[in-house]
Structure formats: C-alpha cells, structure tokens
Ligand binder design. Structure first.
Ligand code: NDP
Ligand code: DGU
Length: 337
C-alpha cells in the first residue's frame, strides 16, 4: 500500500475499532497468554430439557465459547451436549472455551466446587473459572445454593472475605493447573477490585459484569483495562424481557448498518475489546446472534447517549443484602474487606 495512503487511513481509523472485521470467534487476548472467543453462549435460565439442544445447536453453528455456572443447575445437560459434539467429531475439546463459576456457598470449598462442575460438564478442565459473586454464603445453611436466615435474608458467611476466596482460587490453579487454565472474577466493582488486587498474587484474567448501553460500566471498564483484566459482558441484550430491542437509538444504529438490534447490542462489546455472552435456547436466535460487525465512533457516541436520556438500568441484582460497590446501588452491608 502507498505509505502516505496507509498513514492517512490509520489517522482516520476510529479509535474504538480494534477488530475491523470481528467474527464470533475473534480471539481476544487474556493476561494469561491464552485467548477468549469474542462471543459466548449464555446458559443462565436455560431450562433443563432445552439447554442440551441449545448448546449442541450453538456448537454445530460455530460457537466455541460456552458460559456455565454451578448455580445454573443445568451443567449436567451442558456436559451431555459437550460430550455429544466431541464424540461426533464436530469439535475437539481444545477448540472450545468453557467457563464455569464458583458459587457463593463454595467459597471455602473451591476444589470441591470446581470438581463438581468438571464432573457435571464431563470435561477434564475449564478454560476459565470465575468467583461468581464476591459474596460468601453459609456452606452449612438451610439450602445448598441459596441459604436463608429466619428473617428470609440470605445467609452470608462472615467468617471469610472475598479476598480469602481469591487466595483459595490462586491455590487451586497452582495445585491443579491441569483442571483450570485461568481464574477470574465476576460482578466486581472498582471498590472491591481495589481491595483485592494489592493482596492478589495472580491478577484476575477476567471480570464478567453486566454490560449494555443502559449500563455502560465505564468506571470498572476503564479500571480493568488499566490493570489488564479482560471484561466479559453479561446480559448484553438486557436479559429476559429486555426493553433494548425497542430502543430507538439502538434501532437507528441497526438501520444504518442494515442489521438487527441484537447485532448492534452484541457488536457494541467488540468495539470495546470485550467478549460478550448471549443466551438463547431458540435455534434461529442462536444463529442470528453469531453476526458481529464493526461499529464506528459515531455509533458508539449514539449508544452512549442512551443512559443520558433514559438513565442507567441494571437488570441483575440478586437480594444478597450486600453493597457490592456498584455506583448505582448503595444499599446493603459492605463486604469489600
Ligand atoms: N456472572 C453473572 O453473574 C451473570 C452471568 N450471566 C451470563 O450471561 C449470559 C447472558 O445474559 P442473560 O442475562 O442470560 O441475558 P441476555 O442479555 O443474553 O438475554 C437473553 C434473553 O434474550 C432473548 N434473546 C436472545 N437472543 C435474542 C434475539 N436475537 N432476539 C430477541 N431475543 C433474544 C433470550 O430468549 P430465548 O432464550 O427464549 O431465545 C432471553 O430471553 C447468561 O446466560 C449467563 O451465561 C448472566 C447474568 C449474570
Ligand atoms: O449468573 C447469573 C446470576 O448471577 C445469578 O446466578 C444470580 O442472580 C442468582 O440467580 C442469585 O439469585 O443470586
């Protein structure tokens, strides 16, 4: 290429576009040296009886990243799908990126939590293992996953902090590198990360957070970028019953590119160099969600105007009674340590 032309093109390259032609499997680097595929299939609230077919369809359609968690209570079926596609030669295990998460009642039992997920998923290792929330809950309470006190509030385990849990995860990956390739966190705010990082010997590979144009999460996004922590966006479509598909600004950007609203909502994260999880059990939507495009600066500016107009909206906020340090939620007890 003519050098002066290439200089001109570089100068005009919009600053956000890091992947000019993103695909669902664009490989985004993690601080471990591994990469994470841009698009993952979400499995939260994917009902047993539906999730095996959804994961099978997704992998047959080219998805290589599946997001799971012990507390979704469907890892067994996800595992059946993984076993099936591997057995049929559709994909090799090493071509897949599987994430699972340590649930809150397992913070003192990281090895047991991991092994339960590995057994259910019928795999020897996970590519990424996340602390699901920085909130330890009583492992001996009145429910194995969601223990409650007599007053109905969640039974928090005050004998351990999220920092102790992280150290347990560090020990886990050091003692079992064959079972877990990277460790990370989810639902971490700047406040909690600022307490965690000075005590950590391993910087989390990823922070999985709710993220969409109604919740841009600029503060934690910027902090994580600065610390080399990859962001994975969850509930990018606005979760179940989302208003985002009808948002006029999202539709305006979609019209400009002749794509669907969903495509804009998923592509938003690629422009930010984040990976993104889209949940669906509907084959046509699993197919549709594969399409990612490069948004430009003007698109991102338009999308950034949505919260200025409508205010921010967080769709996922479980009743832990804990102040997680989210700027928009200040109620609850502080467990940042
Ligand atoms: N770490 C954490 O704490 C959390 C992690 N997550 C992860 O992120 C994933 C995604 O987030 P989630 O909250 O599930 O929500 P999403 O934003 O992915 O939205 C899922 C909803 O959108 C519908 N949908 C999917 N594709 C389309 C489409 N193209 N057009 C119209 N509707 C569509 C789905 O319906 P249908 O399935 O019926 O097709 C479902 O109702 C989760 O599944 C989970 O893996 C999510 C929340 C918290
Ligand atoms: O990953 C999805 C969410 O974090 C989900 O696991 C929680 O919201 C959970 O249902 C809870 O009630 O605490």
């Amino acid at each position: 290429m003519n050098p002066s032309l290439s200089k001109f093109m570089l100068a005009r390259t919009p600053k956000h576009i890091l992947h000019p032609k993103p695909t669902m499997n664009t490989a985004i680097p993690l601080n471990t040296g591994a990469t994470i595929p841009a698009l993952g299939l979400g499995t939260w609230q994917s009902a047993p009886g539906e999730v095996k077919a959804a994961v099978t369809h997704a992998i047959e359609a080219g998805y290589r990243h599946i997001d799971c968690a012990y507390c979704y209570q469907n890892e067994d079926e996800v595992g059946e799908a993984l076993q099936d596609v591997i057995k049929r030669g559709i994909v090799k295990r090493e071509e897949l990126f599987i994430t699972s998460k340590l649930w809150c009642t397992f913070h003192t039992r990281t090895e047991e939590g991991l092994q339960k997920s590995l057994d259910l998923l019928k795999t020897d290792y996970v590519d990424l293992y996340l602390m699901h929330w920085p909130v330890p809950m009583n492992p001996n309470g009145n429910h194995p996953l969601f223990p409650k006190l007599e007053d109905g509030s969640r039974d928090i385990d005050h004998s351990i902090t999220h920092i102790d849990t992280w150290k347990n995860l560090e020990n886990l990956i050091k003692s079992h590198p064959e079972k877990v390739k990277a460790i990370g966190v989810a639902n971490y705010s700047v406040k909690y990360l600022e307490k965690l990082l000075p005590q950590a010997s391993i910087v989390p590979a990823a922070n999985q957070i709710e993220n969409h144009p109604l919740l841009p999460q600029q503060e934690v996004y910027d902090y994580c970028k600065q610390k080399g922590i990859h962001i994975t966006a969850y509930s990018p479509l606005g979760s179940t019953g989302s208003p985002l598909f009808k948002d006029e600004t999202v539709l305006e950007v979609a019209k400009k590119h002749s794509v669907s609203a969903g495509c804009v909502l998923l592509s938003y994260h690629l422009a930010r160099n984040s990976s993104v999880l889209a949940k669906s059990v509907t084959p046509s939507r699993i197919d549709e969600n594969r399409k990612l495009i490069a948004l430009d600066d003007s698109d991102l500016e338009k999308l950034a105007s949505i919260p200025k107009k409508d205010g921010i909206k967080r769709f996922v906020y479980p009743p832990f009674g804990v102040n997680c340090g989210f700027p928009d939620k200040t109620d609850g007890i502080d467990l940042s340590g």
